[in-house]
Design a binder for this molecule. Structure first.
Ligand code: PEP
Ligand code: MG
Length: 551
């Protein structure tokens, strides 16, 4: 038996073959080609494959999401076949006697620039489509596996570490679990695993060896153990745990359709955190009463270029429509720190967690912010969307955000595009500064949502990414809980509600403290909804105390 011990960061017991994630080099160089006919044949094969892939995607989309969504992939297939685009690739290859990869990349850039320079906003938005199409042909030429997992059966993905942008691009249908050498429980990769309900263990260090590839592994996302060739006792323990997990799941199913209310009548809205429109299925199947945090930056992390206003609009609209009138809080772009997006071309920073991230980027790049706000307001006509701003430290930032919203609403009004002018606006409380000015902030917005992951990081001066800070990174620290209470008091004084969307919100042991503080909403990963509801329904809010705030 081989036993590896790490830190369990997403609960659940699972078994499956280990698959080592490989980073693929997708840089394109220019090379001289000896035989152009061989190169032309490679290109043709890559184009035919792209068309087949896009037709299959359109078909799947039509079955799952209807005709409207399928049209995008059909349009992409038409781009591949477009005579001008294809002959531009061909002539570059012939004239420069170069490789197909270089010609496809050059033609893609030329056409994208041409669309981007057009006056019409719709045509400008096609630049992103043409880049997407060129990237697909390139991937086929270079043998890059889409979804990153070259396996027909689902696997346990193993890696040294995984960046959020890498995790989000993996094909979720093929992932049974994650195991990594590095990483921390508060990193966005761990958060993503919890959102997807996939067991995960991090911090396995050198014990996780690449030559274990393909071997059957048993992963316990709670205790953090990963076992190969388990002995009888370990196997029996794992099986028992799995059976208990199934039993508990069955028990939690009885919570569906029940109200999130304590025995003495205190209502706590239990909402969900999501990273993509696909996560809505898990929200609905776990009976989440709304979405308390849609991390919109994952749309940016999953793409090779800025997602257009239209692409974002479709994503937000689909979530709003699927939630059918329930509140959907969409957080504006929160990149920077561990969430790096190459095409933003950000300057390298010494301390990125304290650098130009989140709202600071949006306020520095009004054109990026505008596209997102336009998409959000357009989508507000299709459901109950609320907009939330991350990493706020000052009142002027919120005022500037609100001015940007007003400007976008005036534009849409003029263009005759429908939107909800009463769309709620909220801020995240995740910096000590925002706690200290909470009373003033509360007068500017409709709600607060506390990001306990960052609030812990910035209050305790502990890097949330570091996996060796152990007990020093403590979201239960009285300083963090007192900050929570100060923000709640400020919110209630101004007559607005306050929720928690950081990972602490799902910690059932903290529920009495949240009730004593008067938290109105808890937003958690979809799989945590029903256990939390069960705990709320057993609680008596009146008897809860603030004991945890004492040192
Ligand atoms: C938080 O900081 O608690 C939060 C919810 O935002 P994120 O984890 O995405 O930084
Ligand atoms: Mg945060």
């Amino acid at each position: 038996m081989i036993l590896m011990q790490g830190k369990g960061v997403s609960k659940g017991v699972v078994k499956g073959p280990l698959y080592f994630f490989r980073r693929q080099d997708t840089t394109v160089g220019k090379t001289t080609v000896n035989d152009q006919s061989v190169e032309q044949a490679r290109l043709q094969q890559a184009q035919e494959k792209a068309i087949a892939q896009l037709e299959a995607l359109a078909e799947r989309c039509r079955e799952e999401a209807g005709d409207e969504s399928a049209v995008l992939f059909e349009t992409h297939a038409m781009f591949v076949e477009d005579e001008d685009f294809a002959s531009c690739i061909q002539s570059t290859m012939e004239e420069e006697n170069c490789n197909a990869e270089y010609a496809v990349q050059t033609a893609g850039e030329q056409f994208a620039a041409m669309f981007a320079a057009m006056d019409d906003a719709y045509m400008q938005a096609r630049a992103a489509d043409i880049r997407d199409v060129a990237r697909r042909i390139l991937n086929n030429l270079m043998g890059v596996v889409e979804g990153g997992i070259d396996s027909d059966e689902p696997v346990i993905v193993a890696a040294d570490d995984l960046a959020p942008s890498e995790t989000i691009q993996l094909d979720k249908s093929k992932i049974l679990g994650f195991v990594t050498q590095g990483g921390s429980g508060n990193s966005h990769t761990a958060i993503l695993a919890r959102t997807m309900g996939i067991p995960a263990v991090c911090g396995l260090g050198d014990a996780l060896k690449a030559d274990y590839s393909g071997r059957l592994a048993y992963v316990d996302g709670e205790t953090g153990s990963v076992v190969l060739e388990p002995d009888e006792l370990t196997l029996a323990t794992m099986r028992e745990k799995y059976a208990r997990q199934q039993e508990m799941n069955a028990l939690y199913q009885t919570m569906k359709g029940q109200e999130d209310v304590t025995l003495d009548g205190k209502k706590v809205n239990v909402y969900c955190n999501i990273g993509s429109p696909e996560d809505v299925a898990a929200v609905l199947s776990n009976d989440g009463q709304g979405i308390g945090l849609f991390r919109s930056e994952f749309l940016y992390l999953a793409a090779d270029d800025y997602p257009s206003e239209d692409t974002q609009f479709e994503a937000y609209k689909s979530v709003a429509a699927a939630m059918d009138g329930k509140r959907v809080i969409i957080r504006t772009l929160d990149i920077g720190a561990d969430k790096q997006v190459a095409y933003f071309d950000m300057k390298k920073e010494e301390n990125p967690a304290l650098g130009v991230r989140a709202i600071r980027i949006c306020l520095n790049r009004p054109e990026v912010f505008r596209a997102q706000l336009r998409a959000l307001y357009r989508a507000s006509a299709y459901g109950k969307i609320a907009i939330m701003f991350p990493m706020i430290t000052s009142v002027w930032e919120v005022r500037e955000c609100k001015r940007a919203c007003q400007k976008v609403m005036a534009e849409l009004e003029k263009e005759g595009i429908p939107f909800n002018k009463d769309t709620e606006i909220g801020v995240m409380i995740e910096t000590p500064a925002s706690v200290f000015v909470a009373e003033e902030l509360a007068r500017e917005v409709d709600f607060f949502s506390v990001g306990t992951n960052d609030l812990t990081q910035y209050t305790l001066a502990c890097d949330r990414q570091a996996n060796d800070l152990g007990k020093f990174f403590d979201p239960h620290h009285p300083a963090v809980l007192r900050a929570l209470k100060m923000a709640a008091d400020a919110a209630h004084k101004a007559g607005i509600w306050i929720g928690i969307c950081g990972e602490l919100g799902a910690d059932v042991s903290m529920l009495p403290t949240f009730l004593a503080i008067g938290i109105d909403e808890l937003s958690v990963s979809p799989s945590a909804v029903l256990p939390l509801r069960a705990a709320i329904r057993k609680s008596i809010a009146k008897t809860c105390t603030l004991e945890a705030l004492e040192c």
